[in-house]
Write a protein that binds this ligand. Structure first.
Ligand SMILES: [Zn+2]
Length: 135
């Protein structure tokens, strides 16, 4: 599923800034359904592996098409799941309209970026489900 048009525009500019700095990044996850988010939430909890998120369905900005996760790739095109480049990416491409998951206290999510709405996630969800603007 595609991002919200405003998030698409922000993501394009974000990726351009990274490219200008020589960071090879791509969006590897954007919009998720509530069910997909619930499935992700089980990882590192009831399913094996590391925790990958801290939000259930309806609690993530991914559900409202205003968040994306990047993957960083090396010059040969190999995916780098862990790299200091995730910190560098935030340094060069985090602008006023964006929030970085690496700044979160409870669960640092370095590949994660989302639009700042000025609303609580509950309010975003309520507006989303009513079909009203939230960004
Ligand atoms: Zn994310």
């Amino acid at each position: 599923m595609t991002l919200h048009p405003k998030a698409q525009e922000a993501a394009r500019q974000f990726l351009k800034r990274l490219g200008d700095e020589g960071i090879n990044a791509r969006i590897i996850s954007g919009t998720r359904t509530y069910a997909e988010q619930d499935e992700l939430y089980t990882k590192g909890r009831t399913k094996p592996g590391p925790k990958v998120c801290n939000a259930k369905g309806g609690q993530s900005n991914h559900n409202f098409s205003i968040a994306w996760d990047i993957g960083i790739f090396d010059a040969q095109g190999a995916y780098l799941p862990e790299s200091p480049l995730y910190e560098k990416a935030a340094q060069v491409a985090l602008v006023g309209s964006l929030e970085w998951g690496g700044n979160w206290q409870s669960f640092k999510d370095r590949p994660h970026y989302q639009m700042i709405t000025g609303l609580s996630i509950e309010e975003v969800r309520a507006r989303f489900e009513r079909g009203e603007p939230y960004i």
